[in-house]
Design a protein around this ligand. Structure first.
Ligand SMILES: [Zn+2]
Length: 501
Protein backbone atom coordinates (compact mmCIF):
# COMPACT_ATOMS: atom_id res chain seq x y z
CA UNK A 1 0.00 0.00 0.00
CA UNK A 2 1.38 3.43 -0.90
CA UNK A 3 2.07 5.72 2.02
CA UNK A 4 -0.63 8.21 0.91
CA UNK A 5 -3.21 5.42 0.77
CA UNK A 6 -2.07 4.14 4.11
CA UNK A 7 -2.48 7.59 5.66
CA UNK A 8 -5.98 7.88 4.16
CA UNK A 9 -6.94 4.49 5.49
CA UNK A 10 -5.62 5.38 8.92
CA UNK A 11 -7.50 8.69 9.02
CA UNK A 12 -10.73 7.04 7.83
CA UNK A 13 -10.44 4.38 10.46
CA UNK A 14 -9.80 6.95 13.14
CA UNK A 15 -12.79 9.06 12.16
CA UNK A 16 -15.06 6.07 11.78
CA UNK A 17 -14.13 4.78 15.23
CA UNK A 18 -14.72 8.19 16.75
CA UNK A 19 -18.01 8.76 15.01
CA UNK A 20 -19.24 5.30 15.88
CA UNK A 21 -18.14 5.84 19.42
CA UNK A 22 -20.23 8.89 20.18
CA UNK A 23 -23.69 9.97 19.20
CA UNK A 24 -24.07 13.47 17.84
CA UNK A 25 -20.45 14.46 18.11
CA UNK A 26 -20.77 18.18 18.58
CA UNK A 27 -17.35 19.32 17.56
CA UNK A 28 -14.76 18.16 15.12
CA UNK A 29 -12.26 15.73 16.60
CA UNK A 30 -9.03 17.52 17.28
CA UNK A 31 -9.14 21.20 16.43
CA UNK A 32 -5.61 22.25 15.73
CA UNK A 33 -2.37 21.10 14.20
CA UNK A 34 -0.82 21.16 17.66
CA UNK A 35 -3.43 18.68 18.89
CA UNK A 36 -2.86 16.42 15.92
CA UNK A 37 0.86 16.44 16.63
CA UNK A 38 0.16 15.66 20.26
CA UNK A 39 -2.11 12.80 19.26
CA UNK A 40 0.53 11.23 17.05
CA UNK A 41 3.09 11.46 19.84
CA UNK A 42 0.55 10.05 22.32
CA UNK A 43 0.04 6.96 20.12
CA UNK A 44 3.74 6.30 20.25
CA UNK A 45 4.05 7.03 23.94
CA UNK A 46 1.22 4.61 24.66
CA UNK A 47 2.63 1.84 22.51
CA UNK A 48 6.04 2.08 24.17
CA UNK A 49 4.76 2.55 27.72
CA UNK A 50 5.73 -0.49 29.76
CA UNK A 51 4.64 0.94 33.10
CA UNK A 52 0.96 0.25 32.48
CA UNK A 53 -0.02 -3.39 32.83
CA UNK A 54 -3.71 -3.96 32.07
CA UNK A 55 -3.42 -7.67 32.94
CA UNK A 56 -2.63 -7.31 36.63
CA UNK A 57 -4.62 -6.09 39.65
CA UNK A 58 -4.19 -2.35 40.18
CA UNK A 59 -3.20 -2.85 43.81
CA UNK A 60 -0.14 -4.71 42.51
CA UNK A 61 0.66 -2.29 39.73
CA UNK A 62 -0.33 1.13 41.09
CA UNK A 63 3.17 2.31 41.97
CA UNK A 64 4.63 1.38 38.59
CA UNK A 65 1.59 2.78 36.80
CA UNK A 66 1.84 6.18 38.43
CA UNK A 67 5.44 6.55 37.25
CA UNK A 68 4.56 5.77 33.64
CA UNK A 69 4.74 8.65 31.13
CA UNK A 70 1.19 8.03 29.89
CA UNK A 71 -0.11 8.30 33.46
CA UNK A 72 1.85 11.49 33.99
CA UNK A 73 0.30 13.04 30.87
CA UNK A 74 -3.23 11.86 31.63
CA UNK A 75 -2.99 12.96 35.25
CA UNK A 76 -3.04 16.53 33.96
CA UNK A 77 -5.69 15.90 31.30
CA UNK A 78 -9.15 17.36 31.97
CA UNK A 79 -11.49 14.41 32.69
CA UNK A 80 -14.87 16.17 32.73
CA UNK A 81 -17.58 14.64 34.91
CA UNK A 82 -17.19 11.73 37.33
CA UNK A 83 -20.61 10.10 37.26
CA UNK A 84 -20.20 6.84 39.18
CA UNK A 85 -18.56 7.11 42.55
CA UNK A 86 -19.71 6.15 46.04
CA UNK A 87 -19.61 8.62 48.92
CA UNK A 88 -16.50 8.57 51.06
CA UNK A 89 -14.94 5.78 48.94
CA UNK A 90 -14.26 8.42 46.29
CA UNK A 91 -11.02 8.78 48.29
CA UNK A 92 -8.35 9.57 49.34
CA UNK A 93 -8.65 7.20 52.34
CA UNK A 94 -5.21 8.22 53.65
CA UNK A 95 -6.55 11.65 54.46
CA UNK A 96 -9.76 10.14 55.89
CA UNK A 97 -7.76 8.02 58.31
CA UNK A 98 -5.56 10.96 59.33
CA UNK A 99 -8.63 13.06 60.06
CA UNK A 100 -10.29 10.28 62.06
CA UNK A 101 -7.16 9.68 64.09
CA UNK A 102 -7.06 13.34 65.03
CA UNK A 103 -10.61 13.15 66.42
CA UNK A 104 -11.12 12.04 70.04
CA UNK A 105 -14.66 10.89 69.31
CA UNK A 106 -13.72 8.19 66.81
CA UNK A 107 -13.38 4.56 67.93
CA UNK A 108 -12.57 1.33 66.13
CA UNK A 109 -13.70 -2.17 67.07
CA UNK A 110 -10.84 -4.65 67.34
CA UNK A 111 -12.60 -7.33 69.40
CA UNK A 112 -14.12 -10.61 68.27
CA UNK A 113 -16.60 -10.49 65.38
CA UNK A 114 -20.16 -10.12 66.60
CA UNK A 115 -21.57 -10.62 63.15
CA UNK A 116 -19.59 -12.58 60.62
CA UNK A 117 -21.85 -12.00 57.67
CA UNK A 118 -21.25 -8.55 56.24
CA UNK A 119 -24.44 -8.45 54.19
CA UNK A 120 -26.55 -9.48 57.15
CA UNK A 121 -24.88 -6.78 59.21
CA UNK A 122 -25.93 -4.07 56.80
CA UNK A 123 -29.39 -5.58 56.51
CA UNK A 124 -29.77 -5.53 60.26
CA UNK A 125 -29.26 -1.80 60.25
CA UNK A 126 -31.49 -1.05 57.30
CA UNK A 127 -34.19 1.49 57.93
CA UNK A 128 -37.32 -0.22 59.12
CA UNK A 129 -35.49 -3.16 60.65
CA UNK A 130 -35.88 -3.88 64.32
CA UNK A 131 -32.24 -4.53 65.04
CA UNK A 132 -30.42 -1.50 66.25
CA UNK A 133 -27.00 -0.55 64.94
CA UNK A 134 -25.52 -0.96 68.38
CA UNK A 135 -26.30 -4.66 68.51
CA UNK A 136 -23.66 -5.64 66.02
CA UNK A 137 -20.03 -4.88 65.42
CA UNK A 138 -17.50 -6.29 63.00
CA UNK A 139 -13.75 -6.21 63.40
CA UNK A 140 -12.38 -2.93 62.11
CA UNK A 141 -15.72 -1.12 62.35
CA UNK A 142 -15.38 2.62 62.97
CA UNK A 143 -17.86 4.84 64.81
CA UNK A 144 -18.19 8.22 66.40
CA UNK A 145 -18.76 7.70 70.13
CA UNK A 146 -18.45 9.66 73.32
CA UNK A 147 -16.05 8.38 75.95
CA UNK A 148 -19.01 7.32 78.01
CA UNK A 149 -20.55 5.37 75.14
CA UNK A 150 -17.22 3.74 74.39
CA UNK A 151 -16.82 2.74 78.03
CA UNK A 152 -20.32 1.26 78.09
CA UNK A 153 -19.61 -0.69 74.93
CA UNK A 154 -16.32 -1.91 76.34
CA UNK A 155 -18.03 -3.13 79.50
CA UNK A 156 -20.69 -5.03 77.61
CA UNK A 157 -18.60 -6.58 74.86
CA UNK A 158 -15.10 -5.10 74.88
CA UNK A 159 -12.98 -4.34 71.87
CA UNK A 160 -13.69 -0.66 71.15
CA UNK A 161 -10.51 1.45 71.26
CA UNK A 162 -9.72 5.02 70.19
CA UNK A 163 -8.80 4.88 66.51
CA UNK A 164 -5.60 6.80 67.30
CA UNK A 165 -4.38 3.64 69.14
CA UNK A 166 -3.84 2.00 65.74
CA UNK A 167 -1.36 3.23 63.17
CA UNK A 168 -2.55 4.50 59.80
CA UNK A 169 -1.54 1.35 57.91
CA UNK A 170 -3.49 -0.88 60.31
CA UNK A 171 -6.64 1.18 59.86
CA UNK A 172 -6.24 1.33 56.07
CA UNK A 173 -5.91 -2.46 55.98
CA UNK A 174 -9.46 -2.72 57.36
CA UNK A 175 -10.83 -0.40 54.69
CA UNK A 176 -9.23 -1.76 51.51
CA UNK A 177 -9.67 -5.04 49.65
CA UNK A 178 -6.31 -6.86 49.74
CA UNK A 179 -5.08 -7.55 46.18
CA UNK A 180 -4.56 -11.24 46.83
CA UNK A 181 -8.11 -11.87 48.00
CA UNK A 182 -9.45 -14.97 46.18
CA UNK A 183 -11.92 -14.04 43.46
CA UNK A 184 -14.92 -15.69 45.12
CA UNK A 185 -14.27 -13.78 48.36
CA UNK A 186 -13.78 -10.31 46.89
CA UNK A 187 -17.37 -9.12 47.16
CA UNK A 188 -17.63 -10.32 50.77
CA UNK A 189 -14.38 -8.60 51.71
CA UNK A 190 -15.45 -5.49 49.81
CA UNK A 191 -18.78 -5.43 51.68
CA UNK A 192 -16.92 -5.75 54.96
CA UNK A 193 -14.81 -2.72 54.05
CA UNK A 194 -18.02 -0.75 53.50
CA UNK A 195 -19.73 -2.10 56.60
CA UNK A 196 -16.82 -0.88 58.70
CA UNK A 197 -17.55 2.68 57.66
CA UNK A 198 -21.33 2.31 57.27
CA UNK A 199 -22.16 4.66 60.11
CA UNK A 200 -19.10 6.80 59.67
CA UNK A 201 -19.84 7.57 56.02
CA UNK A 202 -22.96 9.48 57.05
CA UNK A 203 -21.26 11.50 59.78
CA UNK A 204 -21.80 15.20 59.16
CA UNK A 205 -18.31 16.36 60.28
CA UNK A 206 -16.80 14.49 57.33
CA UNK A 207 -18.88 16.57 54.92
CA UNK A 208 -18.85 19.93 56.61
CA UNK A 209 -16.79 22.77 55.20
CA UNK A 210 -13.17 23.51 54.42
CA UNK A 211 -11.78 21.31 57.15
CA UNK A 212 -13.65 18.17 56.13
CA UNK A 213 -12.86 14.95 54.33
CA UNK A 214 -15.37 15.89 51.60
CA UNK A 215 -13.22 18.97 50.96
CA UNK A 216 -10.21 16.66 50.52
CA UNK A 217 -12.25 14.64 48.01
CA UNK A 218 -13.22 17.71 45.99
CA UNK A 219 -9.64 19.00 46.07
CA UNK A 220 -8.30 15.68 44.82
CA UNK A 221 -10.93 15.51 42.05
CA UNK A 222 -10.08 18.97 40.79
CA UNK A 223 -6.36 18.30 40.99
CA UNK A 224 -6.78 15.26 38.74
CA UNK A 225 -8.92 17.03 36.15
CA UNK A 226 -12.45 16.20 37.33
CA UNK A 227 -14.55 19.33 37.72
CA UNK A 228 -18.04 17.89 38.17
CA UNK A 229 -19.19 14.90 40.21
CA UNK A 230 -22.41 12.99 40.94
CA UNK A 231 -21.93 11.11 44.20
CA UNK A 232 -23.91 8.04 45.17
CA UNK A 233 -24.83 7.96 48.85
CA UNK A 234 -26.97 5.50 50.82
CA UNK A 235 -29.97 6.96 52.60
CA UNK A 236 -28.99 6.47 56.25
CA UNK A 237 -30.95 5.65 59.35
CA UNK A 238 -29.73 8.76 61.13
CA UNK A 239 -26.70 10.96 60.60
CA UNK A 240 -24.11 11.18 63.31
CA UNK A 241 -23.45 14.67 64.57
CA UNK A 242 -20.92 14.71 67.44
CA UNK A 243 -20.86 17.62 69.84
CA UNK A 244 -17.51 19.27 70.26
CA UNK A 245 -17.38 18.79 74.02
CA UNK A 246 -17.46 15.04 73.54
CA UNK A 247 -20.53 14.69 75.71
CA UNK A 248 -23.19 13.82 73.22
CA UNK A 249 -23.54 12.10 69.86
CA UNK A 250 -26.69 13.02 68.01
CA UNK A 251 -27.80 10.28 65.65
CA UNK A 252 -31.00 12.05 64.77
CA UNK A 253 -29.60 14.66 62.41
CA UNK A 254 -31.88 14.70 59.40
CA UNK A 255 -31.31 14.07 55.74
CA UNK A 256 -32.19 17.77 55.24
CA UNK A 257 -29.29 18.76 57.50
CA UNK A 258 -27.08 16.51 55.43
CA UNK A 259 -28.22 18.19 52.20
CA UNK A 260 -27.69 21.64 53.76
CA UNK A 261 -24.16 20.64 54.79
CA UNK A 262 -23.36 19.09 51.40
CA UNK A 263 -24.63 22.14 49.51
CA UNK A 264 -22.80 24.63 51.72
CA UNK A 265 -19.49 22.79 51.27
CA UNK A 266 -19.90 22.50 47.49
CA UNK A 267 -20.83 26.20 47.20
CA UNK A 268 -17.81 27.23 49.25
CA UNK A 269 -15.54 24.99 47.20
CA UNK A 270 -16.90 26.45 43.96
CA UNK A 271 -16.34 29.97 45.28
CA UNK A 272 -12.72 29.20 46.08
CA UNK A 273 -12.20 27.17 42.89
CA UNK A 274 -14.05 28.88 40.04
CA UNK A 275 -13.15 26.15 37.48
CA UNK A 276 -15.10 23.60 39.52
CA UNK A 277 -18.54 23.14 37.98
CA UNK A 278 -20.31 21.45 40.88
CA UNK A 279 -21.56 18.30 42.59
CA UNK A 280 -24.88 16.51 42.97
CA UNK A 281 -26.12 13.68 45.14
CA UNK A 282 -27.46 10.37 43.80
CA UNK A 283 -29.48 9.00 46.69
CA UNK A 284 -29.30 5.23 46.80
CA UNK A 285 -30.96 2.30 48.53
CA UNK A 286 -29.35 -1.04 49.30
CA UNK A 287 -30.68 -4.14 47.59
CA UNK A 288 -31.35 -5.82 50.94
CA UNK A 289 -34.11 -3.39 51.85
CA UNK A 290 -37.76 -4.39 51.62
CA UNK A 291 -39.84 -2.96 48.76
CA UNK A 292 -41.72 -0.90 51.35
CA UNK A 293 -38.53 0.70 52.62
CA UNK A 294 -37.37 1.50 49.09
CA UNK A 295 -40.75 3.10 48.44
CA UNK A 296 -40.23 5.27 51.55
CA UNK A 297 -36.73 6.13 50.29
CA UNK A 298 -38.19 7.16 46.94
CA UNK A 299 -40.71 9.43 48.67
CA UNK A 300 -37.86 11.01 50.61
CA UNK A 301 -35.84 11.60 47.44
CA UNK A 302 -38.85 13.13 45.64
CA UNK A 303 -39.36 15.48 48.58
CA UNK A 304 -35.67 16.45 48.55
CA UNK A 305 -35.76 17.09 44.81
CA UNK A 306 -38.52 19.58 45.39
CA UNK A 307 -36.80 21.23 48.32
CA UNK A 308 -33.32 21.30 46.74
CA UNK A 309 -33.85 21.70 43.00
CA UNK A 310 -30.72 21.00 40.98
CA UNK A 311 -28.89 19.18 43.78
CA UNK A 312 -30.22 15.65 43.40
CA UNK A 313 -29.14 13.78 40.27
CA UNK A 314 -31.39 10.76 40.72
CA UNK A 315 -31.93 7.45 42.46
CA UNK A 316 -29.93 4.21 42.45
CA UNK A 317 -29.98 0.72 43.95
CA UNK A 318 -26.65 -0.62 45.15
CA UNK A 319 -25.11 -3.87 46.42
CA UNK A 320 -23.90 -7.21 45.07
CA UNK A 321 -26.11 -7.99 42.09
CA UNK A 322 -25.48 -11.74 42.12
CA UNK A 323 -26.50 -12.30 45.73
CA UNK A 324 -28.92 -9.56 46.79
CA UNK A 325 -32.49 -8.77 45.72
CA UNK A 326 -32.97 -8.15 41.98
CA UNK A 327 -34.20 -4.82 40.60
CA UNK A 328 -37.54 -6.50 39.79
CA UNK A 329 -38.26 -6.63 43.56
CA UNK A 330 -38.59 -2.85 43.54
CA UNK A 331 -40.45 -2.25 40.27
CA UNK A 332 -43.42 -0.51 41.92
CA UNK A 333 -41.28 2.00 43.84
CA UNK A 334 -39.00 2.64 40.87
CA UNK A 335 -41.85 3.12 38.40
CA UNK A 336 -43.54 5.45 40.90
CA UNK A 337 -40.35 7.52 41.10
CA UNK A 338 -39.89 7.58 37.33
CA UNK A 339 -43.54 8.60 36.78
CA UNK A 340 -42.98 11.62 38.98
CA UNK A 341 -40.08 12.85 36.91
CA UNK A 342 -37.28 11.13 38.85
CA UNK A 343 -34.16 9.96 37.06
CA UNK A 344 -33.21 6.32 37.48
CA UNK A 345 -29.45 5.78 37.47
CA UNK A 346 -29.40 2.12 38.46
CA UNK A 347 -26.54 -0.33 38.79
CA UNK A 348 -27.36 -3.26 36.51
CA UNK A 349 -25.57 -5.97 34.58
CA UNK A 350 -22.58 -5.90 36.96
CA UNK A 351 -22.25 -9.64 36.55
CA UNK A 352 -20.84 -12.53 34.57
CA UNK A 353 -23.78 -14.78 35.49
CA UNK A 354 -25.25 -16.02 32.17
CA UNK A 355 -28.75 -16.11 33.64
CA UNK A 356 -28.80 -12.54 34.91
CA UNK A 357 -31.59 -10.51 33.29
CA UNK A 358 -31.44 -7.31 35.30
CA UNK A 359 -30.34 -5.17 32.36
CA UNK A 360 -33.74 -5.91 30.80
CA UNK A 361 -35.41 -4.58 33.96
CA UNK A 362 -33.24 -1.46 34.13
CA UNK A 363 -33.96 -0.61 30.51
CA UNK A 364 -37.69 -1.41 30.77
CA UNK A 365 -37.90 0.91 33.78
CA UNK A 366 -36.47 3.76 31.71
CA UNK A 367 -33.02 4.20 33.25
CA UNK A 368 -31.16 7.20 31.85
CA UNK A 369 -27.81 5.83 32.88
CA UNK A 370 -26.80 2.33 33.91
CA UNK A 371 -24.01 1.61 36.37
CA UNK A 372 -21.50 -0.86 34.88
CA UNK A 373 -23.78 -2.70 32.38
CA UNK A 374 -20.82 -5.03 32.20
CA UNK A 375 -22.98 -7.76 30.64
CA UNK A 376 -24.48 -5.50 27.96
CA UNK A 377 -22.53 -6.76 24.90
CA UNK A 378 -23.97 -10.25 25.56
CA UNK A 379 -27.38 -8.86 24.59
CA UNK A 380 -27.22 -7.31 21.09
CA UNK A 381 -30.92 -6.40 21.18
CA UNK A 382 -30.29 -4.36 24.32
CA UNK A 383 -27.21 -2.72 22.79
CA UNK A 384 -29.51 -1.48 20.01
CA UNK A 385 -32.07 -0.08 22.48
CA UNK A 386 -29.35 1.53 24.63
CA UNK A 387 -28.03 3.29 21.51
CA UNK A 388 -31.47 4.34 20.27
CA UNK A 389 -32.43 5.82 23.63
CA UNK A 390 -29.02 7.35 24.23
CA UNK A 391 -28.66 5.58 27.57
CA UNK A 392 -25.23 6.11 29.09
CA UNK A 393 -23.19 3.28 30.53
CA UNK A 394 -21.14 4.29 33.58
CA UNK A 395 -18.10 2.16 32.92
CA UNK A 396 -15.82 1.46 35.92
CA UNK A 397 -12.94 -0.65 34.60
CA UNK A 398 -10.70 -0.81 37.67
CA UNK A 399 -13.63 -1.73 39.88
CA UNK A 400 -14.60 -4.56 37.51
CA UNK A 401 -11.03 -5.84 37.61
CA UNK A 402 -10.66 -5.46 41.38
CA UNK A 403 -13.94 -7.29 42.05
CA UNK A 404 -12.93 -10.11 39.73
CA UNK A 405 -15.21 -9.71 36.69
CA UNK A 406 -12.21 -9.45 34.36
CA UNK A 407 -8.51 -10.10 34.88
CA UNK A 408 -7.08 -8.50 31.78
CA UNK A 409 -8.59 -5.12 30.83
CA UNK A 410 -7.94 -5.88 27.17
CA UNK A 411 -10.93 -8.23 27.54
CA UNK A 412 -13.09 -5.63 29.26
CA UNK A 413 -16.46 -5.19 27.44
CA UNK A 414 -16.18 -1.38 27.57
CA UNK A 415 -14.24 -1.40 24.30
CA UNK A 416 -16.97 -3.42 22.61
CA UNK A 417 -19.55 -0.91 23.84
CA UNK A 418 -17.43 2.01 22.68
CA UNK A 419 -16.94 0.50 19.24
CA UNK A 420 -20.63 -0.39 19.01
CA UNK A 421 -21.50 3.27 19.49
CA UNK A 422 -22.78 3.05 23.07
CA UNK A 423 -22.29 6.21 25.11
CA UNK A 424 -19.91 5.38 27.92
CA UNK A 425 -18.20 7.38 30.63
CA UNK A 426 -15.19 6.33 32.66
CA UNK A 427 -15.57 6.29 36.45
CA UNK A 428 -13.78 4.97 39.50
CA UNK A 429 -16.71 3.48 41.53
CA UNK A 430 -15.34 2.76 45.04
CA UNK A 431 -11.74 3.73 44.27
CA UNK A 432 -10.59 4.15 47.88
CA UNK A 433 -11.61 0.61 48.85
CA UNK A 434 -9.41 -0.59 45.99
CA UNK A 435 -6.46 1.47 47.24
CA UNK A 436 -6.57 4.49 44.91
CA UNK A 437 -8.30 7.83 44.61
CA UNK A 438 -7.81 9.08 41.09
CA UNK A 439 -9.78 8.22 37.92
CA UNK A 440 -6.55 8.82 35.97
CA UNK A 441 -5.75 5.14 36.64
CA UNK A 442 -8.95 4.10 34.88
CA UNK A 443 -8.25 6.43 31.94
CA UNK A 444 -4.59 5.40 31.63
CA UNK A 445 -5.20 1.66 31.87
CA UNK A 446 -8.07 1.59 29.39
CA UNK A 447 -6.07 3.83 27.05
CA UNK A 448 -3.38 1.15 27.13
CA UNK A 449 -5.75 -1.83 27.11
CA UNK A 450 -8.10 -0.53 24.41
CA UNK A 451 -5.52 1.36 22.35
CA UNK A 452 -7.36 4.68 22.66
CA UNK A 453 -6.20 7.81 20.90
CA UNK A 454 -5.89 11.21 22.52
CA UNK A 455 -8.94 12.29 20.51
CA UNK A 456 -10.98 9.42 21.95
CA UNK A 457 -9.88 10.27 25.47
CA UNK A 458 -10.83 13.90 24.88
CA UNK A 459 -14.24 12.82 23.61
CA UNK A 460 -14.82 10.51 26.55
CA UNK A 461 -14.00 13.32 28.98
CA UNK A 462 -15.82 16.13 27.20
CA UNK A 463 -18.93 14.12 26.37
CA UNK A 464 -19.28 13.10 30.02
CA UNK A 465 -21.06 16.38 30.79
CA UNK A 466 -23.73 15.48 28.25
CA UNK A 467 -24.18 12.17 30.05
CA UNK A 468 -24.66 13.93 33.37
CA UNK A 469 -27.89 15.34 34.79
CA UNK A 470 -26.75 18.93 34.24
CA UNK A 471 -29.26 20.93 32.22
CA UNK A 472 -28.48 22.10 28.69
CA UNK A 473 -27.11 25.52 29.63
CA UNK A 474 -24.97 24.07 32.41
CA UNK A 475 -23.54 21.50 29.98
CA UNK A 476 -22.56 24.25 27.54
CA UNK A 477 -20.93 26.19 30.35
CA UNK A 478 -19.10 23.11 31.61
CA UNK A 479 -17.87 22.28 28.11
CA UNK A 480 -16.66 25.85 27.62
CA UNK A 481 -14.67 25.44 30.84
CA UNK A 482 -13.42 22.08 29.60
CA UNK A 483 -12.18 23.68 26.36
CA UNK A 484 -10.23 26.27 28.34
CA UNK A 485 -8.78 23.57 30.58
CA UNK A 486 -7.92 21.48 27.53
CA UNK A 487 -6.08 24.33 25.89
CA UNK A 488 -4.12 24.89 29.13
CA UNK A 489 -3.38 21.17 29.23
CA UNK A 490 -1.88 21.36 25.73
CA UNK A 491 0.34 24.20 26.94
CA UNK A 492 1.38 22.35 30.11
CA UNK A 493 4.90 21.28 30.92
CA UNK A 494 4.06 17.61 30.92
CA UNK A 495 2.63 17.79 27.39
CA UNK A 496 5.64 19.79 26.23
CA UNK A 497 7.92 17.16 27.76
CA UNK A 498 6.20 14.03 26.43
CA UNK A 499 4.06 15.00 23.43
CA UNK A 500 5.26 18.24 21.87
CA UNK A 501 9.01 17.93 22.14
ZN1 LIG B 1 -21.04 1.38 42.00
Amino acid sequence: MSSALFEQRKEALRKQVLLESFHSVDYDLLDSEVEKRAEKAFDELLRNDEGLDPSDHLMHTRRTAQESPVFKVLEKMPKGALLHTHGIATGPFESLVKRLQADDLVYIYVGPELDEDGAADVAARAPGSEAHYEETAIEGEIRYMTNREATNHMQTRGGWVPISDLDEVEVLAYLQVPPDTPRDKRWTVFQHCWNRVRELSDALPLWDGRDSYFWDILTQLLKTGVNYVEIKQLIPVGFVKPENNGERINREATIDEFMDTFIATVELFKKENPTFVGAKMVWSALKVFSPEVVRENVDTVLRLEEKYPGWIAGFDLVGHEDSLKPISTYVDALAYYKDRGGRLLLHAGETIDPNNEQLYDAIALGCERIGHAYALPKHPSLVRIVKERGITVECCPMSNQCLGYVDDLRNHPGLMMLNAGVKITISSDDAATFGYDDVTYDFALVAKAWGLTLAQLKHLARASFRCSTLDHDAVLKAQAQFDKDWSNFLKSEVVAEHLLK
